[in-house]
Design a protein around this ligand. Structure first.
Ligand SMILES: NC(=O)c1ccc[n+]([C@@H]2O[C@H](COP(=O)([O-])OP(=O)(O)OC[C@H]3O[C@@H](n4cnc5c(N)ncnc54)[C@H](O)[C@@H]3O)[C@@H](O)[C@H]2O)c1
Length: 332
């Protein structure tokens, strides 16, 4: 059996997936430029290549020397606000580089890929829960940069027999259960780490953007999936790729949503800290509710989430933040 190349394996979701792959006996190799990742998040026994996915020579060396048979491709930029300010950066980093990378892989005989897509491809959904058949209409360059890759895969499949799965993640959250690796984005834009940083006193308060949404408590509802369940989805997708008929797009979430206030209430309970909350105006482009329809991934890959209840998500993230209040030592 050959090895699995994980691009972006030093990042948040990639580093958890590397551990899940290792635990299941896979041979793993990581390619990461460390533009946003952390070398410490990669276990010492995993071959690590520092470099860019668009470096064709390096990709060839890795594929040949490590006998790569499939790829899980996390490497990307993923800040929505940054993508609005610099759309060209996102079309280059996420779309152009991935296109080149996959083209090189195909030339080297690697034709299996699991790709990190996003719920941002749906834009402002007309109905929830959102199924894979819902219209795609991204409202930011980040979502479009990923959607263009999904669309390209259809054609690469027809022309070259690419076997692919694009996982449209909803909200990844939580940390490894021992708190040894976790979420550190710079800047951090995700709700749960921000709430926990407020609990640690590293932020004055957690801001709640809008309390007049059409939801039970007026705050936005999102579908949170524990990063370990999300990692498991990649492993299952990889196994399923042996059958070409499984190629396609799949939502990854739980099918259940929590409001911003529910997350904060749960974080107060888990931490035992009365986290200060400040209500501020809505941000533009935030839909009331984003919840995934998950029947397709459950039925096709047999995904069963094990850690995605809100308390386990927050307790694991809290362990990570308490053990590592300043995050990883290496800052990218
Ligand atoms: N975090 C979420 O909730 C979420 C939701 C939807 C989709 N995603 C997608 O999941 C993937 C992983 O997200 P994350 O939260 O782990 O982000 P992250 O920033 O922690 O990880 C991305 C990793 O890719 C590396 N990288 C970026 N560009 C590279 C390049 N050109 N060559 C080599 N390495 C490169 C970075 O150094 C980093 O280690 C991304 O593709 C992101 O768009 C994340």
């Amino acid at each position: 059996m050959g090895s699995i190349l994980v691009t972006g394996g030093a990042g948040y979701i990639g580093s958890h997936t590397v551990r899940v792959l290792l635990a299941q006996g896979a041979q793993v190799v990581v390619l990461d430029s460390l533009v946003t990742g952390h070398k410490e998040a990669v276990p010492a026994e995993v071959p690590f290549y520092l470099g860019d996915i668009c470096d064709a020579g390096l990709v060839k060396t890795i594929v040949e020397s490590q006998e790569v048979e499939a790829v899980i491709h996390f490497a990307a930029r993923s800040l929505v606000g940054e993508s609005m300010a610099k759309p060209d950066l996102y079309f280059y980093e996420n779309t152009a580089k991935t296109n080149l990378f996959v083209s090189n892989l195909l030339q080297l005989g690697v034709n299996k890929i699991v790709f990190s897509s996003t719920a941002a491809v749906y834009g402002l959904p007309e109905t929830v829960p959102i199924s894979e058949e819902s219209p795609t209409s991204p409202i930011n360059p980040y979502g479009l940069s990923k959607l263009m890759i999904e669309a390209s895969f259809h054609w690469l499949e027809k022309a070259y027999g690419l076997k692919w799965v694009a996982l449209r993640y909803f909200n990844a959250a939580g940390a490894s259960l021992d708190g040894s690796i976790g979420e550190e984005h710079l800047p951090e834009t995700h709700l749960i780490p921000l709430v926990l940083k407020a609990a640690l006193g590293q932020r004055d308060a957690i801001q709640v953007f809008g309390t007049d949404y059409n939801t039970l408590d007026g705050t936005c509802i999102r579908d949170y999936i524990h990063v370990l369940d999300l990692a498991e989805a990649h492993v299952l997708a990889l196994k399923a790729l042996d059958q070409q008929s499984n190629s396609g797009v799949y939502n990854v979430g739980t099918g259940q949503g929590y409001s911003v206030l529910q997350v904060i209430t749960s974080a107060k309970k888990v931490t035992g800290i009365d986290i200060p909350v400040v209500e501020v105006a809505r941000r533009s482009g935030d839909p009331d509710v984003l919840i995934a329809k998950v029947a397709k991934i459950e039925k096709t890959f047999g995904l069963k989430t094990r850690y995605s209840d809100l308390e386990t998500i927050i307790a694991s993230a809290w362990r990570w933040h308490q053990n590592n209040p300043d995050g990883y030592k290496s800052k990218s």
